[in-house]
Design a protein around this ligand. Structure first.
Ligand code: NAD
Length: 459
């Protein structure tokens, strides 16, 4: 049994009140997690550490990020083991998606920081130059689907820009954040620069968002939680980055290469049991390729390995959507059942026959459930893709018209003939109810700093 501890001011702290961390693989209790209710100690520690950390040069902070990356890389198998146990995802996903990207987040921002160019704007009689100052103490809140991947995506740029941090991972998946705290302690990261507190969202998460000394909040999670975070933070004029839910479309045009599109769309449908905000949970198929695509897709689905969903409670939500789909007139083409084994398992499920405006096809399920819809023209596909409140991501599969259609999709990111292919320099974020702001490369550095202009009059 792992005892998860808060990491505050470089010390590991237990609390008298704990709750259980349950593995979705078999519902066993794998850890005890402290139930933190206030963040005063973490904020005090962050406040003490920030001036020293902010005064280091960018190069020095890049060196720290590299030290963390190196130590994470040395223990990459352990990250994958913990992530797999905590989330239920297959080991190869935990290793190749979660663990490797967590290492890469630190490594990427270290390299990016070293190559950051200064911004100057010349006038005929003066020079402007931009100084990027730390914000101070920042609050980072992350979800359970890609636990260390998403938390480190925030921690690395926040540290790079000279901030100190109060971070809170999801209460459902605390293990790798605790592991990261151990790594930071081992490499000797100065005390108080990174503080990690554990507990429930409405308690310790809310305390982070409410704390007046925390000047910026980077939040990744559901749209309804994002609304609470925004409503709490806005009157305090905190900087806010909100990465929220999605209901993304994978659009297969009539000229798609099905050898590429079928496995690509399948992976977008079910990787991580459909629990990636970027997953394509709506598959839009040109009617001329519908039958062939579906035959191959359903065939390949039979050998696609998925883990359970994150919890029994989340499985109930997923099942309620399968029931809703039936009420809405959907046909279950595959899956739909709960396998006879312990754990939060559910079969990957494919549903046809629903209107693209049905609740099943427009609300975020965040599980291994996909709806399939035929269309007859590009315009119809675009209209269908854009007909939800969300606008996070999407993919277009076509030999000739990918760019043209991609540019008409109202979402923050669109892939053409690929999915989840990421260059960490590019902007990442959603439009509509999928979020506010962008992270990634320079966008992250912009968020985690205050850009100050100095205008110097020439002699
Ligand atoms: P969630 O909103 O329930 O929780 C996210 C985090 O917020 C958790 O750490 C939780 O404890 C915390 N939280 C809950 N209430 C809070 C409050 N009142 N104040 C502050 N923090 C609070 O989301 P989840 O169920 O953990 O994750 C799934 C959701 O995350 C899905 O909607 C998914 O689309 C979204 N997501 C989005 C992205 C993205 O980049 N856009 C990435 C991954 C997941």
């Amino acid at each position: 049994m792992i005892q998860v501890k808060n990491y505050i001011g470089g010390e590991f702290v237990t609390l008298s009140e704990d709750f259980d961390d349950i593995s979705p693989l078999d519902f066993s209790v794998i850890a005890k997690v402290p139930r933190t209710r206030n963040v005063d100690d973490a904020v005090d520690a962050a406040k003490k550490a920030q001036p020293m950390w902010g005064a280091l040069s960018i190069e020095q902070r890049c060196d720290w990020l590299d030290k963390i990356a190196n130590e994470l890389e040395n223990q990459i198998e352990e990250i994958a083991r913990l992530e797999s146990m905590d989330t239920g995802k297959p080991h190869h996903v935990a290793l190749n998606v979660d663990a490797s990207r967590s290492v890469n987040n630190f490594r990427f921002f270290a390299d990016f920081g070293r190559n950051m160019e200064s911004q100057t704007f010349e006038m005929s009689d003066a020079t402007n130059y931009v100084v990027r100052k730390p914000i101070g103490i920042v609050g980072l809140i992350s979800p359970w689907n890609l636990p260390l991947y998403l938390l480190s995506w925030k921690i690395a740029p926040a540290l790079l820009m000279g901030n100190s941090i109060v971070a809170k991972p999801s209460e459902i998946t605390p293990l790798t954040a605790h592991f990261l705290a151990n790594i930071c302690s081992q490499v000797g990261l100065p005390a108080g620069v990174l503080n990690i507190v554990h507990g429930y969202g409405p308690e310790v998460g809310q305390a982070i968002v409410e704390h007046p000394e925390i000047k910026a909040i980077s939040f990744t999670g559901g749209t309804s939680t994002g609304k609470i975070v925004a409503a709490t933070a806005a009157p305090m004029f905190k900087k806010l980055s909100l990465e929220l839910g999605g209901k993304n479309a994978s659009i297969v045009l009539e000229d798609a290469d099905l050898d590429v599109a079928v496995p690509g769309v399948l992976r977008a449908s079910f990787l991580n049991s459909g629990q990636i905000c970027l997953c394509g949970s709506r598959v839009l198929l040109h009617s001329s390729i519908y039958d062939e695509f579906m035959e191959r897709y359903l065939q390949e689905l039979k050998s696609f390995e998925i883990g359970p969903v994150i919890s029994d409670e989340h499985r109930s939500k997923v099942v309620s959507y399968i029931d809703l789909a039936k009420q809405e007139g959907g046909n279950i083409l595959a899956g739909g059942n709960i396998p006879d084994k312990v754990g939060a398992w559910i079969e990957p499920t494919v549903i046809s026959g629903l209107s693209h405006t049905s609740r099943t096809a427009t609300e975020e399920i965040f599980g291994p459930v996909v709806t399939v819809h035929p269309f007859d023209s590009d315009e119809e596909a675009i209209e269908m893709a854009n007909s939800t409140q969300y606008g996070l991501a999407g993919s277009v599969w076509s030999k000739r018209k990918g760019r043209e259609v991609a540019e008409k999709i109202d979402s923050g990111m669109v892939w053409v003939n690929t999915w989840l292919h990421r260059d960490l320099r590019v902007p990442f974020g959603g439009v509509k109810d999928s979020g506010v702001g962008r992270e990634g490369g320079m966008w992250s550095l912009g968020f985690f700093s205050e850009a100050v202009n100095i205008c110097v009059m020439e002699d």
